[in-house]
Design a protein around this ligand. Sequence first.
Ligand SMILES: C[S@@+](CC[C@H](N)C(=O)[O-])C[C@H]1O[C@@H](n2cnc3c(N)ncnc32)[C@H](O)[C@@H]1O
Length: 209
Amino acid sequence: MRQHVNPLSKNFKEIERIPSLMEMFVDPKLNLHLDIGCAAGKFLFDLALLNTSWNYLGIEIREKLVQTAKVKVQEKEIKNLYFVFGNAHNILNDVQSKTFIENIRSISFNFPDPWFKKRHYKRRVIQPEFINILSYSLKKGSLIFIKTDVKDLFEYMDYTISSNSNFKTIDKKDFNYSESFNPNKLKTNREKYVIVNQLDIFERIYQKV
Ligand SMILES: C[S@@+](CC[C@H](N)C(=O)[O-])C[C@H]1O[C@@H](n2cnc3c(N)ncnc32)[C@H](O)[C@@H]1O
C-alpha cells in the first residue's frame, strides 16, 4: 500500500460526490463531524461506536483504504459513519457539497502528511484557498481541530488558518471536550505512535466567527 499519494495528480480530478445526509446516515439530524485524511478510519470507527449522538464522515485519498472501510461499516451495521474517497479539496470545492458543509459542526485534520520539501508545500492538505472555501461555507460557531507532531507543519497550518479573519483561535483550557465530537479524547493511530515514541504534539482549535 502506498503511504503517500500526490493529491495534485490528475488521477484525483474525478471526485466521489458526497451523498445527501439522508443517504449517508440513519439520523441525518445528528451533529456532524468530518475527519480529513482519515486513513483506514480506525479513529472514526472508535468514535462512531462510542458516540451514537454524532454522525461521522471520513475523507481519504487512498482508495483501497476507503473501500475496505466502507465494507466494514456495512458488516458492522454502523449507522452513523460514512467514508468518501478522494482529494478533500476537490470534494469540498464541488458545488453540490455546499449544503453538506453547512451541516458540519466540526472538522479535524489529524497528523496530515507533512510534505517537508518547500516545493511540495502545495501538496499539503491545508491551503489558503481551501480554508477560504471553508470560511464562507461553514456555519458560524463550527470548529476546526488541527494536530501534528511536525512543528514546521503546525506553524504553516496555524498561519494559514489564523490569516483568515473568519476564524478565531480557541484556548484549549477553555474548551469543553465533553460536548465535542470526541468527548472521550480518543486518539488516532498516528497520535498513539507519537505518544509511545514521546514525540511532541502541536494542536490548536479554531472557531468560525
Ligand atoms: C499521516 S496520515 C494520518 C492518518 C490519521 N489521520 C491519523 O492521525 O492516524 C495522513 C492521511 O491523509 C491522507 N491525505 C493526504 N492528503 C489528502 C487529501 N488532499 N485529501 C484526503 N486525504 C488526504 C493520506 O492519504 C493519509 O492517509
